[in-house]
Design a protein around this ligand. Sequence first.
Ligand code: ADP
Ligand code: TRP
Length: 330
Amino acid sequence: MKRILTGIKPTGYAHIGNYFGAIRPAIELSKNPDFDCYYFIADYHALTTLKTKEEFEVYSKNIACAWLACGLDPNKVVFYRQSDIKEDFELNWILCNVTPKGLMNRAHAYKACVEKNQEAGFDVDNNVNMGLYNYPILMAADILLFETNLVPVGLDQKQHIEIARDIANYFNNKYKKVFVLPEEYIQKEVQTLVGLDGRKMSKSYGNTIKLFGTEKELQKSINRIVTDSKLPGEPKDLDCTLNKIYKLFATESQQAEFDKKLAGGLGWGDAKKELFEIANNYIKPMREKYDYYMSHFEEVEKILHDGAEKARVVARKVLSDVRKAIGVEK
Ligand code: ADP
Ligand code: TRP
């Protein structure tokens, strides 16, 4: 049986890119009886970017309810909040001491900040906190603490898994072979979703469609999808952003029918109405569950609490092995 582990950090409201790119595939994997799945809310990772207590609370609650509304079954998946696993932060410190600083200098997220600062003529470390700098070490702790074999992530996270493997090797070589070496699990069929403006859908570009907004919000986001200026009656490019988003929600026959309509000159206004209909029908049953969990959050708290209890059984064992290996525990 393989241990599968992944986390999502609550840095904004979950969007349909997160759903199709991460949440849905992770839930599909959890239905495979060969996999023992650990999914968590990486709330302490979100601290590197969140500005207020309110943001922390609102986004953590949103992602917890989103996972459950999208079909995560807490009887099949160990589902927990990172901040509830204190062992993670002890391991984080221990791992800091086997991690060469140069490895962190080469991490993509940090390098991107440095480059941005250089271009703007600022000090290289302007706006960089130590949380951002050490981010990959905490992520390695998240993974190594649970004897993880496979980590399902998007391509953007590949380097972080490689770093986790490097850190595991540094530790295993320095002390004793305690850690299982994790591998990234990048699903080929999971595509990168485009946002309203045609770029990758991302909170940082402000081009997202919220997964669990109201119907009105969904309508408003769809109306903001950037189109060309072709008039009704003129054939539309089937490769356009609107069609790419439509396809996510449609069956094959619905896709073919919509292609035909666009090629036949369907106006953008009508196309947006059709997209709203299909997206809303798809999301509606999940939105109802989401609303339920949001208004019965004590049930979610209980699920997360029970999940943390289960997770800690493994975490305590691995941390104890680590403590013994370094000589702090007999
Ligand atoms: P964002 O870019 O909006 O900040 P995150 O980095 O928090 O999103 O992503 C959380 C998860 O959702 C990751 O596993 C990531 O790969 C996935 N994801 C985010 N945006 C997309 C997208 N546009 N297409 C596919 N997957 C995505
Ligand atoms: N860094 C991941 C992201 O930005 C979130 C994350 C934190 C994670 N810890 C993890 C993912 C451990 C997989 C495993 O999406």
